[in-house]
Design a protein around this ligand. Structure first.
Ligand SMILES: NC(=O)C1=CN([C@@H]2O[C@H](COP(=O)(O)OP(=O)(O)OC[C@H]3O[C@@H](n4cnc5c(N)ncnc54)[C@H](O)[C@@H]3O)[C@@H](O)[C@H]2O)C=CC1
Ligand SMILES: CC(=O)N[C@@H]1[C@@H](OP(=O)(O)OP(=O)(O)OC[C@H]2O[C@@H](n3ccc(=O)[nH]c3=O)[C@H](O)[C@@H]2O)O[C@H](C(=O)O)[C@@H](O)[C@@H]1O
Length: 451
């Protein structure tokens, strides 16, 4: 029998123990589709576990980097070494063609982008193209795993019918499970290996059993099997929309704190000392291609207003303008106007240490300041340039050569701790992340929500 015939998973004659043995000894080939911030760490952990992983990524630079044993995902502790080790051991390799990867795989793991369109519709085109590739290579006994975040109902109503229609298999011959990625950039390996329980939900009991078997070997934490694939999709999206609504509450409380002349951060920190409260932090906006997108995975999917989710999005999307308005107010109190000012924006990425600018609040902040006539400069230690931002990028070490009328801290990268604030002429500063202590300087500081 060929290797493929020996070791299948779904509805296999082998016992669960034999399947576990086969998986751990590399007899069950794995394909991971998408080798980005989440896909590469996931593929590497699969490779360290089972020793037989092919990653598929349409970016040739990603594929060649991986095959050299290089890690293109920055600032992930341990990932450089793990990629280099697993590639050197022949446990991990990469190809550009998802169809090629699908041909020999028994476990197919999709972890490609699931963004939203300009009019806030979930955009599943990339995931659908991966499903077509998988369908072309699907064989009896395979398991398809959806790690991407998708609107609840996507696997049941879109992906499973696609796999059935475009492969020559019936529903009874292959498994599908939703096993959502619950990982944060900057701590991917520890999250994937078990910082939190792994959620799995299959389209049927056999799919759930196989997903439990596989993820029981990947994670040191427990595996939580939910009743079905749609529940697993909902768990992931609910986690994200909880965060967006909570941050919107913090942002609204920040505006109330201004009116009440108190520090919202003090009040939130104290309120959170009892277990029924976990109010998040206010800030100049909510970025990334997850939290600001996930509410639309519900609002548009179920085609209802869902006023709380919609209002939370409006509150969070209002924070960049709120931040710029604060800059304008402080400048005018110094008898200056934004139009004649030189403004420094600190932090362009959506959060510290992550080279990702999708939905970053700094983009509308720079645009608004520019629109108002300011001369906008930006510093960001993890971005090579300020492409896509209305700002002139300055290296950190050049800041001392400039004087600014105002500065806005949007994303508090660790590297900003080294800024010599005393070296600047007095200016106004809007601290978007409650992370500056400039009380010892002559700068005039406003902290969102009060310090
Ligand atoms: N970034 C995060 O913090 C988290 C993201 N997620 C989810 O993980 C998924 C992937 O997100 P990231 O890794 O951050 O995206 P990313 O943008 O960092 O990486 C995506 C990778 O997929 C590749 N790709 C694009 N089209 C492809 C195709 N047709 N076939 C194969 N590869 C293709 C790209 O070249 C890129 O290397 C998304 O569904 C996201 O919702 C889940 C948890 C955390
Ligand atoms: C529920 C949850 O915590 N989800 C995490 C989140 O990670 P993500 O990389 O999107 O970062 P994040 O810390 O949620 O920040 C998103 C945005 O929200 C802002 N933010 C965050 C927390 C807060 O109290 N206030 C605030 O303004 C951040 O500045 C950033 O612009 O989304 C990830 C995802 O699902 O992609 C998920 O895996 C991560 O565990």
């Amino acid at each position: 029998m060929s290797l493929r015939e020996q070791t299948t998973l779904y509805a296999s004659d082998a016992t669960t123990e034999e399947q576990r043995e086969a998986f751990l000894s590399g007899d069950i080939p794995v394909a991971v589709y998408g080798l980005g911030k989440m896909g590469l760490p996931l593929a590497a952990v699969y490779a360290e576990t089972c020793g037989n992983v092919v990653g598929a990524d349409i970016d040739p630079d990603v594929v060649s980097a991986v095959n050299r044993g290089d890690c293109h995902v920055q600032r992930e502790p341990g990932l450089d070494e793990l990629v280099s080790e697993t590639v050197a051991a022949g446990a991990l390799s990469a190809v550009e063609s998802p169809t090629e990867a699908a041909r020999d795989a028994t476990i197919h793991v999709a972890i490609v982008p699931t963004p939203i369109t300009d009019d806030d519709e979930p955009d599943l085109a990339i995931l659908q193209s991966v499903m077509e590739s998988i369908a072309a290579g699907l064989t009896p006994g395979d398991l398809v795993v959806v790690e991407c975040t998708v609107p609840p109902g996507t696997t049941r109503d879109l992906l499973l019918p696609m796999l059935e229609a475009e492969s020559d298999l019936s529903r009874e011959e292959f498994g599908v499970a939703v096993c959502p990625e619950r990982t944060s950039s900057g701590r991917a390996l520890q999250d994937i290996r078990g910082a939190y329980p792994k959620v799995v939900g299959g389209v049927d009991e056999e799919s759930t059993r196989v997903a439990e078997l596989v993820y029981g070997e990947l994670t040191d934490n427990e595996v939580i099997a939910v009743p079905n694939e749609t529940t697993a999709e909902a768990v992931k999206v609910f986690e994200g929309v909880y965060r967006d609504v909570n941050i919107a509450l913090a942002n609204e409380l920040a505006k109330i704190a201004d009116a009440a002349d108190i520090s919202v951060n003090e009040a939130i920190e104290t309120a959170n000392t009892q277990p029924f409260c976990d109010i998040h932090k206010p800030g100049p906006g909510v970025g990334g291609h997850c939290i600001p997108y996930y509410p639309y995975f519900l609002i548009r999917q179920f085609d209802e207003e869902f006023s709380l989710l919609t209002t939370a999005r409006e509150v969070n999307d209002s924070m960049p303008a709120f931040t710029v308005e604060k800059v304008a107010e402080l400048l005018s109190e110094e008898e200056k106007s934004v139009s004649d000012s030189r403004v420094l924006v600190l932090g362009l990425t959506y959060r510290p240490g992550v080279e990702e600018t999708r939905a970053a609040p700094a983009r509308p902040i720079c645009a608004d300041l520019t629109e108002r006539g300011a001369d906008v400069f930006a510093a960001d230690p993890v971005l090579p340039n300020a492409d896509g931002f209305d700002a002139t990028k300055l290296p950190l070490e050049a800041l001392a050569d400039y004087d600014f009328d105002a500065a806005v801290l949007v994303t508090d990268h660790d590297e900003f701790a080294g800024i010599d604030w005393a070296g600047f002429d007095p200016m106004v500063v809007v601290d978007g992340r409650n992370s500056l202590d400039l009380s010892w300087t002559d700068h005039r500081v406003y902290t969102i929500g009060g310090d």
